[in-house]
Design a protein around this ligand. Structure first.
Ligand SMILES: *Cc1c(COP(=O)(O)O)cnc(C)c1O
Length: 360
């Protein structure tokens, strides 16, 4: 019998979440289109699985890994494909032209390389502007040279202007970056792509021509203070396992490495076949929510490599073989993330190879 851990991926949930993202965008601009952000193996959900699930409805795929983008083309996806981090060298650029990939461009030397290379086809570019995140992109002083290059760059077919929000989910919001963007692009007549999940859910002004939802496609919330359920999102990944042992721990007994949990009363502790080598966050402290037999309880002690423990004193029906949901249906990944001092993004991406995936 295989180890009982499994990740169920609900592809139709991803499709519904995508359509919800697009609906939000189209409330602001009826012609808005939405990239499905599928970088990092579709946030751990499986690039090809997600792409196939979205095949009929998606406007385009935004990813990061050239290899994945090529795989999509070779599997027959004809939609636009955007490389969010751009190309890294001339070989990548040649591949972009060959496979019809749109690339982000964030440095002047990249524009120069596009202009001086012999390419099979012209390419479409997303010019990335740094409007305050200070990670990637052109700064205000460079814009004149950028637009001058675009105006005469014979290898560029279509240009879109893009930027990324640093605090769309936070108190400072998006308006200050949108203002900076307008200042930097004054009068330039190109399509615009700004919004991630958090922005498109909070700011109509951020929607523009294209949006780039990522996390919301996978049914998690981009906000700390608004749940996925409130936003109408359906969890796409459910990490499930089973109880493999039950221990009665007397008051004063300790559980797990370091003995960080000390029972205050006689405690029924269930040992679950899931640990950090499966991608469960090791920093999830005692008290992290977990679902056993459909009932909420909490973890106790440190997460081990292959196991974790939870309190089932008040779930008498819980026994060896009982079902456990680590996150997903009935147990929002966002709540587990908060308890572990991380975000759902990181948990999804960290799902380990050894966890079998079942599509449903
Ligand atoms: C990952 C990413 C997104 C998606 O962000 P979410 O918060 O997951 O919606 C959008 N744009 C860029 C440039 C990204 O790297």
């Amino acid at each position: 019998m295989p180890r009982p851990i499994v990740a169920r991926i609900n592809v139709s949930a991803i499709r519904k979440n995508y359509l919800l993202a697009k609906k939000h965008a189209q409330l602001a601009n009826e012609n808005a289109r939405a990239w499905a952000v599928v970088k990092a193996d579709a946030y751990g959900h499986g690039l090809m699985r997600v792409a196939n699930g979205l095949r009929e409805c998606v406007d385009g795929f935004a990813t990061l890994e050239l290899e994945g983008a090529i795989r999509l083309r070779e599997a027959g996806f004809a939609q636009p494909i955007l490389l969010l981090e751009g190309f890294f060298d001339k070989d990548d650029l040649v591949a972009c032209a060959e496979y019809g990939l749109t690339t982000s461009v964030h440095r002047l030397d990249q524009l120069a390389l596009i202009g001086s290379s012999r390419l099979k086809n012209k390419i479409s570019v997303y010019l990335k502007l740094n409007t305050g995140m200070n990670r990637l992109g052109f700064v205000a002083e460079e814009m004149e040279r950028v637009f001058a290059n675009i105006a005469c760059n014979a290898n560029i077919e279509r240009t879109t202007l893009m930027m990324h929000f640093a605090e769309a989910d936070g108190a400072r919001g998006v308006d200050w970056q949108i203002a900076k963007f307008k200042e930097m692009t004054d009068g330039a007549d190109f399509p615009v792509c700004m919004a991630n999940s958090a922005a498109l859910l909070t700011s109509a002004e951020s929607v523009c021509d294209w949006v780039r939802p990522g996390i919301m496609l996978y049914g998690a919330s981009p906000f700390v203070d608004r749940s996925a359920e409130e936003l109408g999102l359906i969890p796409a990944m459910t990490l499930e396992s089973k109880i493999l042992s039950v221990q009665m721990v007397p008051a004063g007994g300790r559980v797990g490495y370091g003995g960080t949990f000390c029972a205050e009363r006689t405690t029924r502790v269930a040992i679950v076949a899931c640990g950090y080598a499966d991608g469960y966050p090791r920093h999830a402290a005692t008290g992290t929510p977990i679902l056993v037999c459909g009932k909420r309880t909490t973890t106790v002690g440190r997460v081990s490599m292959d196991m974790l423990a939870c309190d089932v004193t008040d779930i008498p029906e819980a026994d060896v073989g009982s079902p456990v949901v680590l996150w997903g249906d009935g147990m929002p990944a966002d709540e587990v993330a908060v308890a572990a001092g991380t975000i759902s993004y990181e948990m999804f991406c960290a799902l380990a190879k050894r966890v079998p995936i079942i599509e449903c």
